[in-house]
Design a binder for this molecule. Sequence first.
Ligand code: AMP
Ligand code: ZN
Length: 285
Amino acid sequence: MFFQRQVQRAIEKEHMFTLQESVLVAVSGGKDSLALWDVLIDLGYQTVGVHLDLGIGEYSRVSTAKTDAFVQRRGQRLITVRLGDEGPAVPTMAAFTRRPACAACGTAKRHYFDHVAIDGGFPVLATGHNLDDEAARLMGNVMRWRVDHLAKQSPVLESTHPRFVRKVKPLFRVSEYEAAVYAFFRGIDYIIDECPNSVGATQLLYKDVLNRLEAAMPGSKLSFVQEFLRSARPAFATASSSPPQTCERCGMPSFGSVCSFCNLVREVERKQAGRAVAQRAADNL
Ligand code: AMP
Ligand code: ZN
């Protein structure tokens, strides 16, 4: 099958992982990550899923339910992390900080993915980012000439720190449409709704622009990403840097004394405490 072959080719050509390695697959309950997990199981890779319940109301409830249904059907092992149990969930982070919800969510996801992978001894984390995601991300980075991000945009990010595992994107050569078709033919039930926080996100605008380019010039998305990786990315490679310090709160790599995730959590805790004090003072009046 075309989809399966494309994924296998990406894994082998980019040296993402081997049959002997244990792969932690990040599954959101969406079509891409469930299609990815489904293919990896059929190709004989050793996989365990990780799902983050982000605490975003009905959207998260359905995402978790779809993930659990897949696990039941395919008899797989899944590690679920409920953000609200471990620390603040995404809506709390967004409400108590000035960061947009998507930024807070991205920081939290990166933190928990590495955390679970390190704790479980997984050398590699696979996500369901597809060609449309990668092309849109590339366009965003180019529009703002974010050279540090361009240096790090790759289907394989090697571990640069003992507490950062290798990150791979085996779907980077297949489109969102191809993933949806694969999921449909495999009878995979997935969450169709986009995250409510992503409505209006610039990423969606870039995807729309790229779809129009693709309609006029078929193959544009793939060549945009592939040629970037082959010809342009090496020019940015020196701009890449890994965090030199260790976070004093969680032990993960950081650029300052605490990492960006703990900074976020600390800000939430401070503001929550401030609000509680103000509430008590108001109650005593
Ligand atoms: P997104 O950033 O929502 O486009 O998701 C990109 C990839 O990140 C997905 O294909 C998944 O592999 C992973 N991912 C996103 N959300 C979650 C989640 N709640 N739990 C586990 N993995 C996730
Ligand atoms: Zn930290």
